[in-house]
Design a protein around this ligand. Sequence first.
Ligand code: FMN
Ligand code: MN
Length: 469
Amino acid sequence: MGKDLRSFLKQLEEADMIIDIEKEVAPGENLAGLAWQGENRFEKATYFKNLKGFPGWTAVSYAEANRKRLALSLDTTSRDFIPTMRELLKKGPTKKELQSTGPVKDMIQVGEAVNLYDLPIHTMSNMDAGPYIGSGMAVIKDPDSGIQNVSLHRHQLKAKNKLGVLMHPGRHMDMIYKKYEQRKEPMPVAMAIGHHPAYYLTTCWTFPFDVDEFEMAGSFLGYPVPTVKCETQDLEVPAEAEIIIEGYIPPFEREEEGPFAEHTGYAKAGAGKNPYMIVTAITRRKDAIYYALQGGKPIASSQILDGMPMEIVLYERIKDVGGFVDIHDVNAIPCAGGSHIIVVQFTPKIQGEVKDVLLATLSSPYIHPKIAIAVDDDVDPHDLKELFWSISTRVNPERDVFIVPGTHGHHLDQSLPLITVPGEFPQIRRGSVMGIDATKPPTSMPEERDAFTRSHALGSDKFDIKDFM
Ligand SMILES: Cc1cc2nc3c(=O)[nH]c(=O)nc-3n(C[C@H](O)[C@H](O)[C@H](O)COP(=O)(O)O)c2cc1C
Ligand SMILES: [Mn+2]
């Protein structure tokens, strides 16, 4: 057996990174709030053992939704996360391995037997239209190349065999759906729910169009991902997932969807006329664990799964700006939405370099970053106290802050004006971006740089108060 949600839960238990909850919890009432508190008060995942109205079911939340836990799942640490991921990426894709069957085929419901209300799908926020599946890794196939794509999308529970779908313009699922619409054909979809974090991480990564995200999951895990064929659609899905939901998205059909609280913490953006999916089969493990991925108000899975791949993509991009940047770290600040404020830590060499780095950060494969902040090698980009101190003592606003107007903004960032029809798919926004240089003068100006050398409380570098208590 390969690595899956269960092997990761064992790792979390051993590392004391998960809270087991035996008391009864209701997916429609308090599961979300308790899971949110598990992370935001105790920095832990949550395992719900007793679900009101769903006898026999259990649910996990926030498993991968923390840099430390995500790092643990890939046998590394929070500090070494970026270098480890950079090494893994060099491996390129690893072909999947099709098997005749697997644990996800323990139970099979097809056609009329399909009932989404049997699953403990939870409601994530007080502003949501109802229960949503956040953990469905949507597998589709490019009808031209036959290559599969996997991405994560929000899915409103609409009927026993119907789910909403939100596809942002330009995402691979949107591009492939348009190909099916051109052919006037439905697009087959299969969603995998509940698996090892490597699957979720690669699913949320923007790889080139012709890369199958699960083949990258194979490279991250170090072996070919085992797959099985779907029952009712021509697609291959992970054999060791907890649940598979098969179906299709009809062409040209649109229906009211939302509201739903997004990674920004607001609920109205994106709501309106969106496509939907008809479910044709559900297959699952006998004792399937529902993965109650929490979206919305930070910190949720939304910010971690958006932000972690972005950090590595931005790191790779920035390191080559102007030939070479002495880059140390990137933080897509989770509590700020995970993707809209990016902190880049590096040692500036010459005047002007910081601005180039900030512009590269703001014009990458991602349209999320709106504010980029550069900090020097003596400031921890993950420590908000350090960040504010650096901005406060190293920024002269008229010199160190710039704004670029008229850029393409993120579809769900409600602070930016829409340039398409409100409530109609797709939604496109024009906005602006801002760079803040909170670094010291560059190394080419040693005297000026030296004036910004930090002080510390005398003895704090040599003595530990624990030895005096
Ligand atoms: C929790 C979560 C929910 C997401 N929901 C959506 C969504 O509803 N619609 C969408 O287009 N992208 C959504 N995304 C972003 C895509 O999954 C992500 O950009 C992915 O890399 C797209 O895959 P692609 O590169 O194959 O297009 C979500 C991401 C996360 C982490
Ligand atoms: Mn893709």
